[in-house]
Design a protein around this ligand. Structure first.
Ligand SMILES: Cc1cc2nc3c(=O)[nH]c(=O)nc-3n(C[C@H](O)[C@H](O)[C@H](O)COP(=O)(O)O)c2cc1C
Length: 200
């Protein structure tokens, strides 16, 4: 009996903690369909706690052979954001944003026989970050770096990245102004059931 009471107590405490943390986050399909690239931000600052929440979501992504071949550079220093913006050709998204996360593949941690999987692993992490940002009321935009050599060099130089870190993207982050809306991309012609068939 004592054991039952104990486990019931643990269950209620755990659900209370869980619901406190995530109670104000919309359900997963609402978040997925509300996500949009946000390039215009207000001046409201994003906290380190929020950035950590986003990186945590990134690290929850699946990876080939569970290698987690990544590193996340969270940036909230205005000077570094401006340097990055300048080196990326005067990137307006970064100039507007008050934070960014750079998702890097770490080739030292990649699957030896299939190192290219790092791109998929880091893309999965990136999408998790974008969805988490939407879920907690932030806006974000994925800006591609890899495989563009000039962007890889620019980002690596500003962030002092070691050779084994390849920046996949820079995600600009901030509070959305609300002007950007999600696009409807549902096209039945892109869905095939069971086998490919030429449309009649
Ligand atoms: C691989 C990749 C690279 C991207 N690069 C950029 C970029 O350099 N600059 C930018 O403003 N948006 C970039 N985007 C965002 C796309 O433009 C955006 O996702 C697309 O227009 C669809 O809009 P949505 O995100 O609002 O659905 C990139 C997205 C992906 C997936």
């Amino acid at each position: 009996m004592k054991r039952v009471l104990f486990f019931t107590f643990v269950f209620f405490v755990a659900s209370a903690v869980f619901s406190q943390t995530y109670s104000d986050v919309p359900d997963v399909l609402t978040v997925i369909h509300s996500r949009k690239s946000v390039r215009k931000f207000t001046e409201q600052q994003v906290s380190r706690e929020q950035l950590e929440t986003l990186v945590k979501a990134g690290m929850a992504a699946p990876t080939a052979v569970n290698k987690q071949p990544w590193a996340f550079i969270a940036i909230d220093d205005r000077e570094i954001l401006d340097q990055l913006a300048e080196q990326l050709g005067g990137n307006k998204n970064l100039m507007n944003a008050c934070a960014a996360i750079v998702v890097c593949g770490d080739l030292q941690k990649a699957v030896e026989s299939l190192p290219d999987y790092w791109v998929q692993d880091c893309s999965a992490a990136t999408q998790n970050i974008l969805l988490a940002a939407e879920g907690i009321g932030l806006g974000a935009v994925w800006m591609g770096v890899y495989p563009r050599d000039e962007r890889i060099k620019a980002v690596s130089t500003v962030l002092n990245l070691p050779e084994n870190f390849i920046p996949l993207n820079v995600i600009a982050i901030g509070y959305p102004t609300g002007v950007e809306k999600p696009k409807d991309k549902w096209k039945t012609e892109n869905l095939f059931w069971n086998k490919y068939e030429i449309a009649k």
